[in-house]
Every structure is written in C-alpha cells, then in structure tokens.
Design a protein around this ligand. Structure first.
Ligand SMILES: [Zn+2]
Length: 64
C-alpha cells in the first residue's frame, strides 16, 4: 500500500489536546488524529473505543 497521502501537507486538530498540527509536505508523517504518541496513548487509555474497534476488526477478519 502506498503512503503518498501521508507525505502531503495536512492540517488537523489533535483529538486529545486540541492542538493544531501541520505536517510538512514531502515528509512521511503518519499522524492523522493526534499530535503525538503520548496524546494517542492518553486518549485510548480512558476510552472504550479501542475495545469496540478491536471487536469489529476481529469480526471482519472472521468473515473473510
Ligand atoms: Zn495532542
């Protein structure tokens, strides 16, 4: 899978801390939701979404 879209200049608001993040064009940057891994960890720690996502993901795999 190509990652070209990850190398484009993007702007987004961190879902955890609300900080505006601007990625640099030409730089591979996998961030799309959180400004940092720390915010990602903090967000998921107090959330049930991870369990829900994993459940759905597992079900999808079983359907193949
Ligand atoms: Zn953040």
């Amino acid at each position: 899978m190509r990652n070209d879209h990850l190398r484009e200049k993007r702007e987004f608001i961190c879902k955890k801390c609300g900080k505006k993040v601007v990625t640099l064009e030409g730089l591979l940057d996998r961030r799309t939701v959180f400004c940092s891994a720390l915010c990602s960890r903090r967000y998921w720690r107090h959330s049930t979404r991870r369990a829900e996502y994993k459940l759905k993901h597992d079900q999808q795999e079983n359907n193949i």
